[in-house]
Design a protein around this ligand. Structure first.
Ligand code: NAD
Length: 305
């Protein structure tokens, strides 16, 4: 069995060593395709792979067509919108993610971004504090839960809305469960976005939802840029000079947002999961899931039907 690690943006060496230990320890062969610059290299490398570990690499129908021996793809990370799930299912390939492995890293970045924002991007003027402010967590999944944990340390009042997570599960963490996204945005000084990018959520963070944010409201996005309706957010930021947008995923229309000096910040490149710990955790989890799947047929964390 051949397991390919195909990473345009490679894992840290220590993560690759950990992956190698899991894969070779199970008696499989490990192949590496790192820093590839051309899709043709990926298409060539997948030809005889039985399993693939990826990061943000695009695995589309063409890749599945080329990978005749493929049984499983594991996205080392949470979001898997870079994999064509329909094509995977049509080719009989199992797709998994590694939920939870980078959640703390993302949650810590949320607060790095927030402190930077409320202290006026460290421009030397007096800012505000997070303590006592109302934080709304939009989607109470792995990242959202970690954000709640850290927010309590800052002394924030924590609220959350999740379309699928039961209220009791939110409230057992000492977080106030809110009935609708609308109410969350209306009631909270700061909203931190943690919804996945799905057909339903794309463009869903729109004018209608954001317009009721309290004066001085901050939207922090470490989820996906696709969930934001950028043109409507731009319109609102022109109308409301008190709102701030802070993001880890540069908007497609970044050049229009940079005009909002002091109210807009984007990391130059997605940084949320970029920690040594998250890198290692997600890579090794992916390797373990592949071994579990190939040896025992374990499909925990499968994301396609
Ligand atoms: P998760 O799957 O653990 O949680 C997602 C949550 O969203 C679930 O609780 C689900 O019930 C909820 N949800 C789904 N659709 C919803 C809707 N329409 N309305 C309200 N809630 C909804 O995912 P996660 O690990 O917490 O990741 C959350 C997001 O963060 C994803 O978009 C992921 O791609 C992104 N992410 C970004 C980085 C980064 O580097 N910035 C790293 C990891 C994850």
């Amino acid at each position: 069995m051949k397991v390919l690690v195909a990473t345009e943006k490679p894992f840290a060496k220590i993560a690759v060593d950990g992956i190698r230990k899991e894969i070779e320890g199970a008696g499989y062969e490990l192949a590496l395709l790192e820093k590839y610059t051309d899709k043709a290299q990926l298409l060539e490398a997948v030809k005889d792979a039985n399993a693939i570990i990826i990061r943000s690499d695009i695995i589309d129908a063409e890749v599945f067509d080329a990978a005749k021996e493929l049984k499983i793809v594991v996205r080392a990370g949470a979001g898997y919108d870079n994999v064509d799930l329909q094509a995977a299912t049509a080719h009989g390939v199992c797709v998994m993610n590694t939920p939870g492995q980078n959640s703390n890293a993302v949650a810590e970045l949320v607060f790095g971004l927030l402190v930077y924002a409320v202290r006026h991007f460290y421009n030397g003027t007096a800012g505000t504090e997070l303590m006592g402010k109302k934080l709304g967590i939009h989607a109470y999944g792995n990242v959202g839960r970690n954000v709640a944990r850290v927010a309590k340390g800052f002394g924030m009042e924590v609220y959350a809305y999740d379309a699928f997570c039961p209220k009791e599960e939110i409230e057992k963490d000492g977080v106030k469960a809110v009935d609708s996204a609308k109410k969350l945005y209306k009631d909270c000084d700061i909203v931190s976005l943690h919804i996945p990018a799905t057909a339903e959520t794309k463009n869903s963070i729109n004018y209608e939802l954001l317009k009721d944010m309290p004066k001085g409201g901050i939207l922090v996005n470490t989820a996906r840029k696709e969930v934001i309706n950028e043109s409507e957010l731009l319109k609102l930021m022109h109308e409301r000079e008190d709102l701030k947008y802070i993001t880890d995923i540069m908007p497609a229309a970044n050049e229009k947002f940079v005009d909002f000096a002091g109210r807009y910040f984007s990391t130059p490149k997605k940084m949320g999961a970029q920690t040594a710990e998250a890198n290692i955790n997600a890579g090794i989890a992916a390797a373990k899931q592949i071994v579990g799947f190939l040896k025992e047929g374990c499909e925990k964390f499968r994301v396609n039907k």
